[in-house]
Design a protein around this ligand. Structure first.
Ligand code: CA
Length: 219
């Protein structure tokens, strides 16, 4: 899952980035409103964490432009602008959630899981296609043979597939879910991860569609 972090404070940004990576997200980080706007015009993200007080362009303006383009990406505002009026303004401009600084990083991660699963049309916290189920809070995958803890990247890859059962994802699409901008993509990473997931969850857990990519079956 790829997240865009928009935050100009280097210390807060670094702390959030580290926490997101530990939680198995691929993170792209921009530090001003203009870059955020540019990146959001082209990039594909599962969610955006958006500070409001930003150089060059205010976060609310970035959000307004994003919604004007009819983008449905979930946005969580993370800001020092507290108070009911600011919250209302943020949510009415198109944010899905609003978290005032300072916040507990675990609360941010829980809210992030919530907006991402709602975006995928899942009210339930567990993703499932009938054969495999996956708990994003614990990174535990369940199949008929039992439960297995997945590594951060195994989790990212399987999560991407389970968000859209029946849809084929290409190697590049899967890599985009696993790696952020500054991370070097290892050439066989996708094959390696699929091999290790199949070892845990069975050969049929992920289907290879020759020359196209991989998918999990529809329920
Ligand atoms: Ca700021």
């Amino acid at each position: 899952m790829r997240i865009l972090l928009v935050e100009d404070d280097p210390m807060i940004g670094e702390a959030i980035k580290v926490a997101l990576k530990d939680a198995a997200y691929a993170v792209d980080w921009v530090k001003n409103g203009t870059s955020a706007n540019q990146v959001l015009e082209s990039g594909e993200y599962q969610a955006v964490l958006l500070d409001l007080g930003l150089p060059k362009r205010d976060g609310l303006e970035v959000l307004r432009l994003l919604r004007q383009r009819r983008s449905h990406i979930p946005v969580i505002i993370i800001t020092a602008r507290d108070g009911v009026e600011n919250r209302i303004k943020g949510l009415d401009t198109g944010a899905d959630d609003y978290l005032a600084k300072p916040f507990d990083i675990n609360e941010l991660l829980a809210r992030l899981r919530a907006v991402i699963r709602r975006q995928g049309g899942n009210a339930s916290p567990i993703l499932s296609n009938g054969l495999i189920s996956l708990n994003p809070a614990t990174r535990e995958a369940q199949c008929s043979e039992g439960a297995h803890l997945l590594s951060a990247r195994e989790f990212s890859l399987l999560y991407a597939l389970l968000l859209r059962p029946g849809v084929i994802l290409t190697r590049t699409e899967l890599e985009e879910h696993i790696y952020g901008w500054n991370e070097e993509v290892e050439s066989n990473a996708v094959d390696f991860l699929i091999h290790s997931i199949r070892k845990k969850l069975g050969m049929n857990s992920i289907k290879n569609i020759r020359g196209a990519g991989w998918m999990v079956t529809k329920p």
